[in-house]
Design a protein around this ligand. Structure first.
Ligand SMILES: CC(=O)SCCNC(=O)CCNC(=O)[C@H](O)C(C)(C)COP(=O)(O)OP(=O)(O)OC[C@H]1O[C@@H](n2cnc3c(N)ncnc32)[C@H](O)[C@@H]1OP(=O)(O)O
Ligand SMILES: O=C(O)CCC(=O)C(=O)O
Length: 406
């Protein structure tokens, strides 16, 4: 009944109808995740994270940016040398030098990135669309000659002309790229715009499409789902949504939301998600928020009386996600919003039966405690309230007797 104890609520029928689609996840925790301000993984941490991602069933990871220098190159090499059961790719600019650094890093797959919006092409490179198409053809061709599998990263695709993205997709494919990443670099899209953009590009090219979201509007996961619905077979994600500015689409949210809402399988082991988030957030020195979807400590914890009363009668009344899928259970805590049913159940778990009058007296203490301390009531505190209730009611009875009420 209390935090940390195994679930004591009845089981619901096993989860859903058969899964029907697949989506391929590329985890970029070690590249875009590490671009989050102040986040800097050590080599050991990057290796541990890579291994944990592979063990969780992530089919492809973006392990870093070789152009950053020798330390990053060596770290990526170390990850490659583990021969993990995941594809290891490196992020490069649309540049020959970056490709040579990727050669040194030992990867077999590169993502070569090019700005796609006029604003970025002109504003940061002083170039135009024709130049971009030419560079994609040149650099992808070179990368293929160097033996890489090549994906093209379309930076700022969400602010680019969709017709230009279609031409870029064709150019990339003709030069030998297997995939185009449509990046919502500034996180400006909503799910409707994402769906329309991906459908538009998917309709004119048969290159594989990936969507890379940013969470500036809190829409990264929703947009990623919309992209998959629109025809992107690949989704770029990070653990706990760690990433540049407001972060990226969270691996755990995308994997589970796809499964729950689109019946799309990603091959990710749900039970691995919480330990994975703790590993990454520990290395990032950013604790997992308690309410973080899927992986937060409190996402299967219930306090409100109406919910607890319902769950105790039938778990399905307040359960959409089965915690057992994640190796977890429901936890009920006692606090300001508790009702009598929760108090009775908590005491029953201790082998104690109380009548409603005593139960409500204890509930009053629970609520007052929660307001005063801003904490839930522990087992020990509850038992103290229970013991106190004898003294208190004895006192009340005595007072009533003295006052002649009984
Ligand atoms: C949206 C994204 O997340 S993109 C990925 C962002 N990731 C990173 O920046 C990784 C960490 N970055 C770094 O360590 C460094 O910026 C490096 C090693 C990549 C480059 O360092 P520096 O050589 O010192 O360059 P600096 O960071 O000042 O500027 C970036 C350069 O890349 C160029 N550039 C930017 N995007 C691209 C691209 N897609 N293709 C080719 N060149 C590009 C810029 O024009 C600029 O070149 P300039 O100095 O000739 O103007
Ligand atoms: O071009 C890419 O590969 C995407 C880079 C990125 O992280 C972004 O645009 O947000």
């Amino acid at each position: 009944m209390f935090r940390g104890r195994p679930a004591m609520l009845a089981k619901t029928p096993a989860n859903p109808a058969p899964l029907q689609r697949t989506a391929f996840l590329n985890d970029t925790t070690l590249r875009d995740g590490e671009q989050a301000p102040g986040v800097a993984f050590t080599r050991k941490e990057k290796i541990e994270i890579a291994a944990a991602l592979a063990a969780a069933g992530v089919p492809e990871i973006e392990a870093g940016t070789p152009a950053m220098g020798d330390e990053e190159v060596e770290t990526i090499r170390s990850i490659v040398s583990l021969n993990l059961p995941t594809r290891v790719m490196a992020w490069c600019r649309m540049s020959e030098d970056d490709l040579m650094a990727a050669v040194a890093a030992g990867v077999k797959i590169v993502n070569v990135s090019i700005p796609t919006s006029d604003r970025q092409l002109a504003g940061k490179l002083g170039k135009d669309r024709a130049w971009a198409l030419g560079r994609v053809a040149e650099v992808v061709t070179l990368a293929r000659r160097l033996g890489f599998e090549v994906a093209v990263g379309g930076e700022d695709s969400s602010r680019a002309d969709p017709d230009f993205l279609c031409r870029l997709a064709e150019t990339a494919k003709a030069a030998g790229a297997f995939r185009l990443r449509l990046a919502d670099t500034l996180g400006v899209l909503d799910p409707f715009g994402t769906y329309a953009l991906v459908r538009r590009v998917a309709a004119t090219t048969d290159i594989e499409l990936e969507f890379h979201a940013h969470d500036d509007l809190g829409l990264a996961t929703a947009n990623t789902l919309a992209a998959v619905m629109g025809g992107a077979r690949h989704a770029s994600v990070t653990v706990a949504g760690l990433g540049e500015r407001a972060g990226n689409a969270a691996l755990e949210e995308v994997a589970i939301a796809l499964r729950q809402t689109a019946r799309a399988e990603t091959g990710i082991a749900p039970a691995a998600l919480k330990p994975l988030a703790e590993l990454v957030c520990g290395a990032a020195a950013r604790p997992v928020p308690r309410g973080k979807a899927i992986v937060g400590a409190d996402v299967f914890t219930h306090e409100s009386g109406i919910h607890v009363s319902g769950l105790l009668k039938d778990r399905a009344t307040y359960e959409a996600l089965n915690p057992e899928l994640f190796g977890r259970g429901h936890t009920v805590v006692l606090g300001k919003h508790s009702g009598l049913a929760a108090v009775e159940k908590a005491l029953a778990d201790e082998g104690i039966t109380v009548d409603a009058v005593r139960g409500r007296a204890i509930l009053d203490r629970v609520r007052a405690f929660a307001v005063r301390t801003k904490e839930n009531v522990s087992r020990e505190t509850l038992l103290r309230f229970y013991q106190d209730s004898f003294t208190e009611s004895a006192l009340r009875l005595r007072r009533a007797a003295v006052e002649g009420a009984i």
